[in-house]
Write a protein that binds this ligand. Structure first.
Ligand SMILES: [Zn+2]
Ligand SMILES: [Zn+2]
Length: 249
């Protein structure tokens, strides 16, 4: 690693949490953004694990430099569960993911199934993100509002990372789910509250299910040119999971 990167990382370690979260990602290079993100994630992990560690994190950050891998709680390392029962969705936690509850890293939308089912016959919604017979990564559109009551930042996105999965069912039905990933606030790094463009959700999910059922030919459509702010992968929960069409490397 070039020494300028090393210096930058050392600077980040020395910052207190507020200072770190206030950094504007747009002002930094890709390498630097990655380091900022790593440092934010490291502090969040420390906080999740033990509140007393979080209190110490800013003053003792230099001493914890190599503790990342050993201090990672199991539920932060990815989604290993084959499904999460009952509800709108959940990221690392088990809450229902309604707009009133804690913001989640991703959501499922069983409430939109009836609209998808109007366009595709013989399908059933599954509250699962487990590996299925089919998997397709795409993007939906919508907007977010920062969940931090002291921030209130809003942003729109044309790249809301989404993984549609298909599951074989008995009786020839096609089971499916669509996991829609949240994004983080560029100002304070809190998770956003998602406002999904439901029409686009229904259209893209239905389309994919029809293709999987052999009822629609996949055609490549020209990419729509839209005026959207750049997609910052460090703030996208889909990019973090390697499930985002906006990810550039
Ligand atoms: Zn914010
Ligand atoms: Zn992304």
């Amino acid at each position: 690693m070039p020494s300028t990167n090393k210096q930058f990382r050392t600077k980040l370690r020395a910052m207190d949490r507020q200072e770190l979260n206030k950094l504007d990602m747009l002002n930094y290079s890709r390498d630097q953004r990655r380091m900022i993100d790593q440092e934010r994630v490291r502090r969040r992990r420390a906080e999740t694990e033990d509140p007393s560690v979080a209190a110490l994190a800013s003053s003792m950050s230099a001493l914890q430099m190599d503790s990342d891998s050993s201090s990672r709680p199991a539920n932060q390392s990815g989604f290993n569960s084959g499904g999460n029962s009952g509800g709108t969705g959940s990221g690392g936690s088990r809450s229902s993911g309604s707009s009133a509850g804690a913001p989640e890293r991703w959501y499922l939308f069983p409430e939109h199934h009836s609209m998808v089912a109007e366009q595709v016959e013989n399908i059933v919604f599954k509250s699962s993100i487990g590996t299925g017979a089919h998997e397709y990564t795409t993007n939906l559109t919508g907007s977010f509002k920062c969940s931090n009551p002291n921030c209130k930042k809003r942003w729109a996105t044309g790249i809301m990372a989404t993984v549609i999965r298909g599951y074989k069912q008995q009786g020839g039905q096609l089971g499916y789910s669509a996991q829609v990933y949240s994004q983080r606030c560029i100002k304070c790094d809190s998770l956003g509250r998602m406002n999904l463009d439901v029409d686009v959700y229904v259209e893209r999910v239905a389309r994919r299910l029809l293709i999987w059922k052999g009822e629609l030919e996949p055609i490549r459509r020209p990419k729509e040119k839209r005026e959207m702010p750049p997609h910052i992968d460090e703030l996208c929960e889909g990019c973090r999971e390697g499930n985002c069409p906006g990810y550039k490397d």
